[in-house]
Design a protein around this ligand. Structure first.
Ligand SMILES: [Zn+2]
Length: 261
């Protein structure tokens, strides 16, 4: 596939095809009304110009070095249609190759094209000497000091798009309400009444308990799972063991030697 694309770029037929496209476009303009003044008509004022990068056989084609151009019979302004053959700065090479390749290469799909482009970048471009830096891009990259900044992690990004708010913890079940959803606060924050939370309005599958002053995330919190909570066995609330009362010889849950057991 890659070889096919490359072979295409080095074939005279490819340039002949671009020339044909240019001529088709130019033919439509000849004799048309002037787009500048609207009064005159366009007549041929083509000039000679050599395209670059073509194989020598292309020079056998008629008009290979002619740039089609027109001038108005009334205002004299020049109109030059865009050209695929004279790949100017504003014309990207890739789209032209792709456009032609789509017609020349059978069964060309976007996936194949992506694969070929990636292979070309990895194997050809990065490993060939670049005239502007007198080295291959890969060597240059490996030798130079890295100035790359590490991309933030997905967790950092999640937190970055959250809002910081304050909630009051419900003492009975240790939860806070955020946008109508109850979140379970870790039991180690059970003694804190006012909790600072971060959350994203569009994603209430998790929220964060934050530091009051810095806003830094301390712990993630998740919505209360009422069904699971209902199934789980609860820890038995501890009741103080009955103590032996020294005076009466019986048992009491109050302090020993109370005199009333
Ligand atoms: Zn005109």
């Amino acid at each position: 596939m890659l070889t096919m694309l490359f072979a295409l770029c080095h074939r005279a037929a490819f340039y002949a095809r671009l020339l044909r496209d240019d001529n088709d476009r130019a033919d439509k303009l000849e004799g048309a009304p002037c787009p500048r003044c609207g009064r005159g008509v366009l007549h041929d004022r083509s000039y000679k110009r050599s395209p670059r990068g073509h194989p020598p056989e292309f020079e056998q084609c008629e008009g290979w070095n002619v740039r089609r151009s027109f001038t108005c019979t009334v205002c004299g302004k020049r109109v030059t249609p865009s050209s695929r053959r004279f790949l100017g700065r504003r014309v990207y090479f890739a789209p032209v190759v792709i456009a032609v390749a789509m017609e020349e290469v059978p069964d060309l799909t976007l996936a194949k094209l992506n694969e070929a482009t990636l292979a070309w970048v990895e194997r050809e471009y990065h490993r060939s000497i670049h005239s502007a830096i007198a080295a291959t891009p890969l060597e240059r990259f490996l030798e130079a000091e890295s100035v790359a900044r590490e991309a933030p992690s997905i967790d950092d990004l999640r937190v970055a798009f959250t809002r910081l708010e304050t909630r009051t913890q419900r003492r009975s079940d240790g939860t806070v309400a955020i946008a109508g959803v109850r979140f379970e606060v870790p039991s180690r924050f059970g003694h804190v009444k006012r909790i600072h939370v971060r959350y994203a309005r569009w994603d209430l599958s998790r929220a964060y308990v934050c530091d009051e002053k810095t806003g830094d995330v301390i712990a993630p919190v998740y919505p209360q799972d009422k069904a699971r909570n209902a199934e789980l066995a609860r820890r038995q609330k501890e009741t103080p063991a009955p103590r032996h009362c020294a005076r009466s010889g019986g048992f009491t849950s109050r302090t020993p030697a109370c005199g009333r057991c």
